[in-house]
Design a protein around this ligand. Structure first.
Ligand code: C2E
Ligand code: MG
Ligand code: MG
Ligand code: MG
Length: 293
């Protein structure tokens, strides 16, 4: 640490912070080159309809294969990408890969309704975002309704309500689906949820976790489903990890369930195997439920 005439700088350059800054700078450099060389991969996690187990959609989740560290999860590099502005390039890369994959699946007759792509706040409010989305759909010949864009409540931070509404409306005009991700986990947009053109609400995983074991958690989960219903929104339950959580989401008539119980996010080649596996579990689970009745 460098001690200067101004004593306070000593604190500013204290080792842990310095190390953190350096680690982030290294990460940024590596991420930039990973993007440039097309190293980033997309995994897809199924979203299934509980009534019949049908595949409703697939969420594209970015993965960074690293020689020493294996797959680096997005939670570690998306915040850095956001901070450095790299998210614009990353977001476009992900959108392109997902549209391309969706078009390919569609051509091979794989049955699904749509692919969901996460959109960061910075990416969402960049000028011409909607135009870029439209261009991507045209390039890959993907019908707009087969693309769903997920944004979190964070898009409302640092952005005027009017701007968010304008961007959402532009996207609505294109015909893509709009989903409010991680609902209930952040800044609450309850007051104007009814005036925003979302078709879908994804209940944050925190509300489902152990809701089958705690009646009060179940009541809260049920209330959120009810809220979404009263606003005419489809509901996805995120993060069903156990049979109990899956059954609970089904009992509360969520339109789709996404979670490790059904399948984790996997590479495109492995999706069909994972779905086969899920269908076996689902069949035996339904037999158990029948027997209990
Ligand atoms: P998210 O959009 O809410 O995605 C769901 C996350 O929950 C994924 O983590 C998924 O693997 C994980 N998950 C799914 N089911 C379960 C479960 O049953 N239990 C548990 N514990 N977790 C489950 P992942 O892939 O690590 O992504 C984390 C977050 O990173 C995402 O949260 C999203 O906010 C962000 N992210 C991922 N890919 C992208 C991307 O391409 N662009 C942007 N902007 N953000 C992305
Ligand atoms: Mg998401
Ligand atoms: Mg989510
Ligand atoms: Mg999340």
């Amino acid at each position: 640490a460098a001690k200067t005439s101004k004593g306070s700088r000593y604190v500013f350059f204290s080792a842990p912070l310095n190390e953190r800054v350096q680690a982030e700078m290294l990460m940024e450099t590596l991420l930039r080159s990973a993007l440039k060389t097309g190293l980033l991969k997309l995994h897809y996690q199924p979203q299934v309809r509980p009534t019949d187990g049908r595949l409703i959609g697939l969420e594209a989740l970015v993965r960074w294969p690293h020689v020493e560290r294996g797959l680096i999860p997005p939670g570690e590099f998306i915040p850095i990408a956001e901070k450095t502005g790299l998210i614009l390039e990353l977001g476009q890369y992900v959108l392109e890969k997902a549209c391309k994959q969706a078009a390919k699946w569609r051509q091979t007759g794989f049955a699904f309704n749509r692919v969901s792509v996460n959109v960061s706040p910075l990416q969402f409010r960049q000028p011409r975002f909607a135009a870029m989305v439209r261009q991507m759909l045209t390039t890959y010949g993907l019908p707009a309704r087969m693309l769903c864009l997920e944004v979190t409540e964070n898009v409302f931070l640092d952005t005027s309500e009017q701007l968010v509404l304008d961007i959402l409306s532009e996207l609505q005009d294109i015909g893509v689906q709009l989903s409010l991700d991680d609902f209930g986990s952040g800044y609450s947009s309850l007051s104007y949820l009814h005036s925003l053109p979302f078709q879908e609400l994804k209940i944050d995983r925190a509300f489902l976790t152990e809701a089958d074991r705690h009646p009060q958690k179940e009541q809260l989960f049920e209330a959120i489903v009810g809220l979404a219903r009263s606003l005419g929104l489809r509901v996805i339950a995120e993060g069903a990890e156990t049979a109990g959580e899956y059954v609970l989401s089904a009992e509360h008539q969520c339109d789709a369930i996404q979670g490790y119980f059904c399948s984790p996010a996997v590479s495109p080649e492995h999706i069909e195997d994972c779905l086969d596996e899920f269908h076996k579990i689902r069949t035996s689970l339904h037999k158990q439920i029948e027997q209990k009745r």
